[in-house]
Write a protein that binds this ligand. Structure first.
Ligand code: MG
Length: 304
């Protein structure tokens, strides 16, 4: 019964979790919180992770009632994500793997979300909608890869909503859509719309767009299950829209567990457990992190 320690730290969350044969034994996490209205920069985020990661790991081991000798591998996020935070986690993973003489498993962050979703959502072969602060992708499994059917490359859905809500609509819209730069201030000045109206409208439109792409993907793949993963999966309005879309076409929206939608160590452990099972381990010399690591680069040999 292999037990895998998973370490995550690709953005402002840093976590350590342990999974053994489909059971989550522990899942510790800390978030780097910045003042309202400001984002998180790579340098300070990496320093935050460096301060807390060792305590998270010892906490995860004690929650699971395990010692280093009980572990069978150390999984860590190789990418995608922010450089400095990724590097901090990788350094710790490499050091512990050598110290404890354990194999290292480099995990794609997006694949971590999908494998955790598959475990908890009990989905056999779902279409996956992955929406978070850093990623927006619609995926399905085909010929040993999670194929990307649709994605955003400039701005992820979660980041879009955050920027719009936090930095006031006007500068962001002006920057993104020069042709419509006068619309938002005019609506606000004339009292035709409040800032809340505009935020709500953006959210409705953005969610409707991903719901439509997800529906097209379900039709294309002939799939009956939709798996929603990533931090934005916690949004109840998005869940409601997707549930309505799924039930209209006789499909099912897999259950969402908010504890594991947000970035966490257990999801990296779960993907690492699957990879270890098929011998997909990472050599020390090949364990560098990569900020751009596409979901469809990973050969998914643990599924048929
Ligand atoms: Mg994520």
């Amino acid at each position: 019964m292999p037990a895998v320690l998973g370490l995550e730290g690709s953005a402002n969350k840093v976590g350590a979790g342990i999974v053994r044969d489909g059971r989550i034994l522990s899942n510790r996490r800390e978030t780097f919180v910045t003042p309202p209205g400001s984002g998180f920069a790579p340098g300070p985020t990496g320093r935050h992770h460096r301060r807390v990661l060792l305590d998270l790991i010892s906490g995860a081991l004690s929650d699971a009632g395990l010692g280093p000798r009980d572990l069978d591998a150390i999984a860590f996020t190789r990418g995608p994500g922010m450089g400095a935070p990724l590097a901090v986690v990788a350094v710790v993973a490499r050091a512990l793997a050598q110290l404890w003489e354990l194999p290292l498993v480099g995990v794609n962050h997006c694949v971590g979300h999908i494998e955790m979703g598959r475990l908890l959502g009990e989905a056999r072969d779902p279409v996956v909608l992955y929406v978070s602060g850093g990623n927006t992708q619609v995926l399905c499994f085909s010929r040993c890869r999670y194929r990307i059917l649709g994605e955003t490359l400039d701005l992820a859905l979660g980041n879009c909503l955050d920027r719009y809500a936090l930095q006031r609509p006007q500068p962001w819209l002006q920057h993104r859509a020069p042709g419509s730069q006068a619309v938002t201030p005019k609506l606000l000045e004339s009292g035709e719309a409040t800032a809340e109206d505009l935020c709500f409208s953006l959210q409705e439109t953005a969610f409707a767009m991903v719901a439509e792409v997800a529906e097209r993907a379900l039709a294309l793949a002939g799939a009956q299950e939709l798996l929603l993963v990533g931090g934005v999966a916690c949004n109840q309005r998005l869940q409601e829209m997707l549930r309505t879309m799924c039930s209209a076409r006789g499909a099912r929206l897999c259950p969402i567990d908010e504890r594991y939608c947000v970035d966490n160590g257990a999801m990296i452990a779960q993907a690492g457990w699957e990879m270890l099972r098929v011998g997909q381990v990472t050599a020390l010399s090949d364990s560098g992190v990569t900020q751009r690591y596409r979901t469809d680069e990973v050969e998914v040999t643990w599924r048929d």
